[in-house]
Ligand binder design. Structure first.
Ligand code: DOR
Length: 445
């Protein structure tokens, strides 16, 4: 048995902030009390630090297998730990696409050997793999992912009949990427007529328009209502879409839920001129007015979860012209601190950050014993200094294999100091432990 005692920290959990000690036996939190005086194998003094449950990021792309020139499970999960992210749910647009049970299981095998954080992988749906999709085990796989708009990896599901079949034949959570393909194609043709092959990146939200997002997500929601499917709409990027979601029922009872990503809360179309393709995402970062409406929906609980869509591409790939540069960017190392800086500026409360980044992903996916600081739960914790010395994101201090960040040049006065994963101190005072303790997530269903 190994024991860990964390003393004098300020815990942020389930809508409250309070000072307490945490005693951990092996992987599990065994006691939370105002003062614990047990001799433990290891003691951490968390004076001055806020302790959050570890972040559960429900949408990341870690690129393995097949795209490991961009990143791999080891490199990106290590960056996640540095950012206080202790669990991730990875998407199926790896190579080969995770669209059979065999390929999906291979990803779990890789993670079992190499992941620094807890992991789950989504099963990918296509126009013709319904049988395979239906074999997915709800106990140890997070859900089914459908690209209803094409993005990196060409996994578009555009056959309406298939879509209805998938929606009506599984009780598993279906997560969707919503952008209407035809609208995008038409907008792209118009942009090409106007600009030829050298389209400025400022056209990205015009091509991948708000109308394309709204059309696709409202269609998915309509189908979910018709079939009774459990739908989770990823990365809401427009004000219009926020009107499609409800806040008058508890999350546990919602059949249709929504996620927003950090970049859609942080950037706006005004940033394309300075950041260029480095903030080219699908769906696109849109107007500041969209961003404000998304914030409103997040705060009034129409949007349930904050994630990243962490999607690394190499510097070389991103440095190409707009049409060639792939969409996506790395975020897991900086997602929590970005949201906590918003909290320090009064935009959101610390408790709400914990709700949207830790509690709600656990509730929504029914993750077993994670997402809360609770006796009997896994000890996954992020110890954060909310008043650190100022530091700036540079190429030198990003841990992503791709070696860049959309936040380069941004100054933070918040730092993830220490991360605990399954009761093990996997980062202490900013120094990462080389041992790997990531576990496969299990689901209560
Ligand atoms: O910008 C994006 N990049 N959006 C996605 O949905 C996929 C991702 C990627 O895998 O590159």
């Amino acid at each position: 048995m190994s024991t860990l005692l964390i003393k004098n920290g300020t815990i942020v959990n389930e809508g409250t902030i309070f000072k307490a000690d945490i005693f951990i036996e092996n992987e599990i939190i065994s006691k939370i009390a105002s003062e614990i005086n047990i001799v433990a194998d290891k003691m951490i003094d968390a004076s001055g630090l806020h302790i959050f449950p570890g972040v559960i990021d429900d949408q990341v792309h870690f690129r393995e297998p097949g795209l490991t020139h961009k990143g791999c499970i080891a490199s990106e999960s290590k960056a996640a730990i540095a950012g206080g992210v202790t669990s991730f749910i990875e998407q199926p647009n790896t190579v080969p696409n995770a669209v059979t049970q065999e390929i999906l299981e291979e990803k779990y095998q890789i993670a079992a050997k190499t992941s620094y954080a807890n992991y789950s992988f989504m099963m990918g749906g296509t126009n013709d793999n319904l049988e395979e999709v239906l074999k997915t085990n709800p106990r140890n796989v997070a859900g089914i992912k459908l690209f209803l708009g094409s993005s990196t990896g060409n996994m578009l599901v555009d056959n309406e009949e298939t879509l209805e079949k998938i929606f009506s034949s599984t009780k598993m959570l279906i997560a969707v990427h919503c952008e209407d393909e035809q609208t995008i194609r038409e907008n792209l043709e118009k942009a090409k007529e106007q600009y030829g092959d050298d389209i400025p990146v400022t056209q990205h939200p015009v091509i991948r328009s708000a109308a394309a997002c709204y059309k696709s997500s409202s269609k998915a929601i309509e189908l979910a209502k018709k079939t009774g499917a459990r739908l989770h709409v990823f990365h809401i990027s427009t004000g219009l879409e926020t009107e499609l979601f409800q806040n008058d029922i508890p999350l546990e009872e919602k059949l249709i839920t929504a996620e927003v990503c950090v970049h859609h809360l942080y950037f706006s179309d005004a940033d394309y001129t300075t950041k260029g393709n480095f903030i080219k995402w699908n769906p696109a970062v849109k107007a500041a007015t969209d961003r404000e409406k998304i914030w409103e929906a997040l705060l009034d609980d129409r949007i349930d979860v904050i994630a990243t869509d962490h999607a690394p591409h190499t510097l070389e790939e991103k440095s190409q012209k707009y049409l060639q540069a792939p969409s996506g960017g790395p975020l897991v190392q900086h997602s929590l601190i970005t949201m906590l800086e918003f909290a320090k500026n009064g935009k959101i409360s610390l408790e709400k950050v914990a709700q949207k980044m830790m509690h709600n992903p656990a509730i929504l996916f029914k993750i077993e014993k994670r997402g809360f600081i609770k006796e009997g739960f896994f000890a996954d914790l992020a110890l954060v200094d909310l008043n650190s010395d100022a530091w700036t994101v540079t190429k030198e201090n990003v841990l992503y294999q791709c070696g860049w960040s959309p936040f380069e040049g941004k100054e933070f006065t918040t730092k993830v100091q220490t991360t605990v994963l399954n009761g093990k101190v996997v980062m202490e005072n900013g120094v990462l432990n080389e041992e790997r303790f990531g576990q496969r997530l299990l689901f209560n269903r």
